[in-house]
Design a protein around this ligand. Structure first.
Ligand SMILES: O=C(O)CCC(=O)C(=O)O
Length: 268
């Protein structure tokens, strides 16, 4: 459950960072699995027609490796997506049971060709319009599509923490706000390994260049209520993968609960 301060931050800024949430042993194991994946997988184009669920390396430069989707690659990736302390935050923010929507992870380091960061030129985006992204129950806001970014390494001020425009989960225009951005209007995520940043997909956010010599590892999982339609086909799990899972994991991956309908969200 979010405490009063965390609810305030989530509602005001559109994100909250919770320190020390994930056990460092799991953090280390996930990082190792990412290193193996980085060694083993060839780079493919995002446009490549991939079968459902197949793990793809969609970025692969000496400075940036990104895998999307990745959950089927190693059991530790599902373990971290369903990590009980993360699930408890996610269900409290979304306001009921959730299903998996997507998972991607990245390893990045300083690109010596990067110019000094101009915040107006970052790759600002969001996944959902503010109009559809939230609802309220008894005065409490809930957010329909959220992401959890698990910090798998310590992220200090120069270490490429995700940039966000705090409060932008309430504005309807990226194009209207980005050309007017000033440094004080942007927050950059920081925290120790094991911290988790939760944010609504209506929040305008961006990957951020690294200025230090540190390598950043993050695991990003998206969560939605079961009734929401899957966003992308390649993120949908493969039937082979689903056949290896127990009931609880399968329900999480698909939203199909053998005991209740997808539409019973909050009908209890
Ligand atoms: O890697 C990051 O810091 C940001 C990731 C991102 O832009 C996203 O999840 O949409």
């Amino acid at each position: 459950m979010l405490n009063t301060k965390e609810k305030f931050l989530m509602d005001t800024y559109g994100y909250v960072i919770v320190p020390n949430l994930v056990d460092l042993d799991l953090v280390e194991r996930v990082r190792q699995a990412m290193d193996s994946m980085n060694r083993e997988l060839p780079l493919v184009s995002r446009e490549d027609p991939s079968p459902n669920g197949k793990t793809r390396k969609v970025e692969g430069t000496p400075y940036f490796s990104k895998f999307s989707p990745c959950i089927e690659y190693d059991p530790k990736f599902l373990e971290i997506a369903m990590y009980p302390k993360i699930m408890s935050y996610v269900e409290d923010i979304v306001g009921g049971p959730v299903r998996y929507e997507e998972q991607e992870c990245s390893i990045n380091r300083r690109n010596p060709n990067d110019e000094a960061t101009n915040i107006r030129n970052l790759a600002w985006h969001r996944g959902m319009s503010p109009d559809f992204s939230n609802y309220a129950v008894a005065g409490r806001s809930h957010y329909l599509w959220i992401k959890a970014i698990v910090f798998l390494t310590d992220i200090g001020p120069d270490d490429g923490g995700t940039s966000v425009i705090p409060g932008s989960h309430r504005t309807d225009s990226i194009a209207g706000i980005v050309p007017e951005l000033e440094p004080w209007m942007v927050h950059q995520a920081k925290g120790k390994a094991g911290s988790v940043m939760f944010f609504t997909e209506a929040l305008i956010h961006s990957v951020t260049p690294i200025l230090s010599e540190r390598t950043r590892y993050v695991m990003i999982t998206g969560y939605v209520p079961p009734f929401m339609r899957e966003c992308g086909r390649v993120e949908a799990p493969s039937s082979e993968f689903l056949s290896t899972l127990g009931e609880q994991e399968r329900t999480f991956m698909t939203g199909d609960n053998p005991k209740e309908s997808r539409y019973s969200f909050r009908v209890r």
